[in-house]
Design a protein around this ligand. Structure first.
Ligand code: NAP
Length: 287
């Protein structure tokens, strides 16, 4: 079998390209005399990974001319206090998008908090209204990582119509929405999870494989169909080294495209958060 020339996706370069499009759109609004879009991020507790993600989001907002505001609550904050903060942001007409940084501390009902965000400000796409609209194929705010994955596939002209797509993982934030988006694009989607039998055999059928599991290097090179598009969403740290769900080194020479652990899906996720914030803002402007 001949070796395939694998394209390793540069998610950062793609993200920069889209951010410049977003910055131009924001500038057009501001030049017309309206305020820029504003994203509010709610952080509960002092998780260092969450704090660093938030810093990245703040920088990303600035890079496209959007405003951002952080609402920091202590780890000891009660569910009522968190809901109170969300309510204030819901009522603030100067805020277009609200993101509650997950995970929330133990004892807090995550669904209750994410479900308290106004659907039209729900830039994470986690509110049941948005999740339901996605299921029905209606316009909505959609989770950022799945949107980023579709953008990567489209910008690399990966055919989705009729493709066998295998999605590993069924979370509300990645697996389920990406499966729905792929199905909307006429892929034949198989969803796998921790109880799936013979995962390797499922993967070998995949023209497109999306791995969103969080198990380092679960997907071996010999699980990949030659010419497959491989999107590795997983982020794990193994002995201090960032590791994905796929043996991406082994995928070289087999896959048509593959996303690397660094500068792969991550920068696209944040960029789609900006795009969702712009979408929410423009919907508010349109009234
Ligand atoms: P999650 O909520 O923990 O869900 C993991 C899913 O993987 C579950 O559906 C689980 O199945 C399934 N699973 C676990 N072990 C498995 C196995 N051995 N074989 C097959 N399926 C298995 O995770 P998530 O929030 O979707 O995130 C998944 C990964 O993506 C994590 O590493 C996360 O850090 C990363 N992530 C990255 C980005 C980014 O922007 N780069 C964004 C979001 C998430 P069950 O449902 O049966 O338990």
């Amino acid at each position: 079998m001949s070796r395939i020339e694998t394209v390793v996706i540069d998610g950062l370069a793609l993200a920069k390209e889209i951010r410049s499009e977003l910055a131009a759109a924001v500038a057009r609004h501001v030049d017309s005399g309206v305020r820029p879009p504003k994203l509010a991020v709610v952080l509960v507790g002092e998780d260092s990974a969450s704090a660093s993600y938030i810093k990245g989001k703040r920088r990303a907002c600035k890079s496209v001319g959007m405003e951002s505001v952080e609402c920091d609550l202590p780890t000891t904050a009660s569910e009522r206090e968190i809901l109170g903060t969300v309510e204030e942001l819901n009522a603030d007409s100067g805020v277009d998008g609200i993101l509650v940084q997950l995970p929330l501390p133990g004892g807090i009902d995550t669904n209750r908090v994410t479900g308290a965000v106004r659907p039209d400000k729900d830039v994470d796409g986690l509110h049941p209204v948005n999740a339901g609209r996605l299921l029905l194929g209606l316009p909505c705010l959609t989770a950022c990582t799945p949107l980023g994955i579709l953008e990567i596939l489209d910008r690399h002209e990966i055919p989705l119509e009729g493709a066998e797509a295998v999605v590993l993982g069924r979370s509300n934030i990645v697996g389920k929405p990406v499966a729905l988006l792929l199905q909307q694009r006429n892929a034949t989607v198989t969803m796998c999870h921790s109880r799936t039998r013979d995962l390797a055999a499922r993967c070998r059928e995949a023209d497109l494989l999306v791995a969103a599991v969080g198990v380092p290097r679960l997907v071996k090179a010999d699980w990949l169909k030659p010419g497959a598009a491989v999107i590795d969403v997983g982020v794990s740290v193994v002995e201090g080294v960032l590791t994905g769900d796929v043996d991406t080194e082994g995928a070289r020479g087999i896959a048509r495209i593959v996303t690397p652990h660094r500068r792969g899906v991550g920068p696209m996720t944040i960029t789609m958060l900006l795009r969702n914030t712009l979408q929410a803002y423009e919907a508010r402007l349109a009234g």
